[in-house]
Design a protein around this ligand. Structure first.
Ligand code: TXA
Ligand code: MG
Length: 317
């Protein structure tokens, strides 16, 4: 007999694979953030992902694969993409590639586009889960749409009030979502900055990395207000106003009477990325209306950190 499982319970890999095979959703750990996983080929599973997150249907999902062979069942894989895969897969890089006609994908996954976003996660438990399930897995971040992304299993339980089973895989080591790059013929377009930086992509390929405005490409999910705590966020603060919480970086010295955290006292951008969402969560208390954030370098993966902070601070009206 199956052991009883209520949805607040953590699940093991075999159980998680069976949940996916039954067309249900389960949260899985990845090195970037936890993902809300479902069978990418099944409309019913993908509908559950959108409904659980209250995510608008025009915003397509990333499809996670365990192997290159699995990727080749759904997308074309031009030489430029192969070069990036050799260097960065498995890892925090998502590539938007031309979708195969007749790929075993629900149209809801790609929101009707003729491209598909694909990634091969580095987290061993994620790849093992996908392999055991036996099919590509759609997985947006496992948080209600627009809110802070989850970097621990507890964040997922909190975000969905324990309604989603979670495969516990420890805290995410990267802490911000994957870099998304569209590969169009011999061009690269950076759709979302991440810990693999613009310079990394250029160095690996010898190609310039363009911005979406330079091309007619659509990045439908890149809504300005996103990754938002309940508190408002004030960027590039050089002092803390009355009642504000403080989020420092390196040797910045914002001082708050309510709460003060530092993303990385040593000024290490990788550490700051890893701690970004959990620090914002910790400061997102009912008694705190505004979080003042010190300036953070925009070099390298600082671009990704500043991107997330800009969206957290964006006007929500
Ligand atoms: O690190 C990550 O990428 C995490 C983990 C779970 O893998 N996933 C993640 O998924 O961040 P999500 O759904 O929160 O972000 C997916 C982004 C959205 O901005 C979406 O618009 C974009 O990928 N996207 C998906 N398919 C696309 C496509 N065909 N063309 C352009 N953008 C696409
Ligand atoms: Mg997300």
């Amino acid at each position: 007999m199956e052991e009883p499982r209520d949805s607040t319970q953590m699940v093991k890999i075999e159980q998680a694979a069976r949940i996916l095979q039954a067309g249900d959703v389960v949260a899985m750990p990845t090195e970037t953030v936890y993902g809300l996983a479902g069978d990418a080929s099944r409309d019913d599973a993908v509908v559950k992902i959108f409904e659980t997150k209250s995510r608008p249907r025009f915003n397509p999902l990333i499809v996670h694969c365990a192997t290159i062979e699995m990727v080749e069942t759904i997308a074309m894989f031009p030489p430029l993409a192969r070069k990036l895969a050799d260097k960065y897969w498995p890892g925090p890089l998502t590539m938007v590639l031309p979708k195969h006609v007749g790929a075993p994908l629900s149209d809801l996954v790609t929101a009707g586009l003729d491209t598909v976003a694909v990634r091969m996660p580095k987290h061993d438990m994620a790849r093992t889960l996908i392999e055991k399930a036996g099919f590509p897995v759609a997985a947006p971040s496992a948080n209600p749409s627009g809110k802070l992304s989850p970097t621990t299993a507890q964040h997922v339980l909190d975000g969905f009030d324990g309604r989603v089973p979670v495969l516990e895989g420890g805290p995410s080591v990267e802490g911000v979502e994957s870099t998304i790059v569209a590969v169009q013929d011999d061009q690269l377009i950076l759709l979302r900055p991440g810990t693999i930086s613009r310079d990394d992509l250029a160095a690996a390929t010898g190609r310039p990395v363009l911005d979406p405005e330079d091309k007619t490409i659509k990045a439908p999910g890149m809504l300005l207000s996103h990754y938002a705590p309940n508190a408002t966020v004030r960027l590039n603060a050089d002092e803390c106003l009355d009642g504000e919480a403080a989020l420092n970086f390196g040797n910045s010295k914002l001082r708050s009477k309510v709460a003060t955290l530092n993303l990385s006292p040593s000024g290490d951008l990788a550490e700051a990325a890893r701690h970004l969402f959990s620090c914002l969560r910790e400061l997102d208390r009912p008694d705190i209306r505004t979080i003042a954030v010190a300036p953070i370098s925009t070099a390298g993966l600082g671009e990704a950190i500043n991107d997330r902070l800009r969206r957290a601070a964006a006007d929500r009206s």
